[in-house]
Ligand binder design. Sequence first.
Ligand SMILES: Cc1cc2nc3c(=O)[nH]c(=O)nc-3n(C[C@H](O)[C@H](O)[C@H](O)COP(=O)(O)OP(=O)(O)OC[C@H]3O[C@@H](n4cnc5c(N)ncnc54)[C@H](O)[C@@H]3O)c2cc1C
Length: 454
Amino acid sequence: MAKQELNVGIVGAGIGGIMCSIAIARAGGNVTVLEAAQQLGEIGAGIQMVVGDNLVSFQELNLRRKDGTKVGWTKISRVEQATGYPWWLVHRHHLHNGLVEVARKNGVKIVIDSRVSAFSQQADGKVGVTTEKGKSYIFDLVIGSDGVQSIVRRTLFPDVKPKPPTGNCAYRAIVPYEEVRKDPLTRELVEDKDGNLIRTMEVWMAPQGYIISYPISDAKDFNMVLSHHRNPPPDSVREVDIGEVHKEYEDYDPRIRRIIEKIPPGVQRWPLLQTGPLESWSSPEKNMVLIGDAAHSMVNHMAQGAATAMEDGAFLARCLATVIEGKATVAEAVQIYEKGRMPKASHKQQVSFLNGWLWMLPDGAAQEARDKAMEVELKGEVPMRSPNLYGDPGCVLEVYGYDPEKHADEEIATWLNHGRAVRDAATTIQQTRADQIANWFLPSSHNFQINSRL
Ligand SMILES: Cc1cc2nc3c(=O)[nH]c(=O)nc-3n(C[C@H](O)[C@H](O)[C@H](O)COP(=O)(O)OP(=O)(O)OC[C@H]3O[C@@H](n4cnc5c(N)ncnc54)[C@H](O)[C@@H]3O)c2cc1C
């Protein structure tokens, strides 16, 4: 079939929007990204994921009680082996910079200082977009990757309001790794007995709060996310007095307290807002669609918000490739995307909330049962199930081992097959099941392949 031209407008150049722009440009679409900010960049600090220089790979995750006692443990190379992907830690600014560079190399047009203010449905099925500065654009598809306060979502679903599920919120802070290494009290968190630098993820769990720390920026920075509760729940980012942070964690492990004392003033408190799950992510015409926080912002306890936004972009681009190839309309591609991604995002929101719940259990029977269930990890064993979700085999495969492009290919094949899953005619096996169960460890020459289609 003849190649179709596809003009896509993306509202918002955050991690989700930029990732999506790269994937669509690589699929052959023309992409314009409209960004409100006058400069491209990211606020906040650490993120657990992908690309470029400044990446940090790390050796282990230690789950601790708030006094520092170790209760759970994951060897990171085991997770990497199971998923087939590296698990890297990166400053979100470095990740964003890398993605912007790749987007530009792929011909994506990024227009800054362009706050989008209005949309209009055109008679020919396209969408008009207007910015606050009065510039107008026409696109075949508009993608709203404009974050938790999304104008695209407010236009499509004005009644939806992102809300904090509880009074849980988080400070974000960075201390130079060297400062942690220099201090005799905190050195053991970043150095082994022979004086070699170690890179670990540490979690101090407590009733109503926790601290997670890990190295970023080529292990030059010790990054912390410090979880706590406030009543009433905050709904916007606010700078707080550093004394407030000291007080919040005053009865924690003396080592992490000392690191908290090194945090420079100017700490911000972030609300943790959840959006949805929504009934739909798109306009009735299926020519405006949401991705990332705009569609499904989630609490941060599995570190999956940006990761999920990137998955959305990769999946949607695969669906749009079928439009460019002339096999589907934009509306059909958007429907395939929603069918595949909406349950997945809802699942991530639930796992994220529950992990926070597990990390913040009050002292007593439930906390003791949690710690007991992780006990075997301290002996170096990998249990079949664990409340340590960063190491639990099922959760690891489902959350970190998920391949959005493979998933998209399966959903597209089903759609092309008139809504019926594609199976081998003789064995009824689906290719994705074969990949999950057998092909992950077999050499490709010995893969189980389905031969004839049912
Ligand atoms: C404390 C905390 C820790 C976190 N840790 C992690 C982690 O470790 N790993 C992880 O994966 N996620 C993490 N997250 C979540 C992650 O930060 C978000 O999920 C992610 O940034 C969402 O990306 P996005 O591209 O959808 O939206 P955003 O990053 O919010 O980007 C939206 C963009 O749209 C622009 N915009 C807004 N309105 C308009 C408009 N009208 N016109 C044009 N442009 C507009 C904005 O300027 C912005 O650039 C964390 C979140 C918090 C609060």
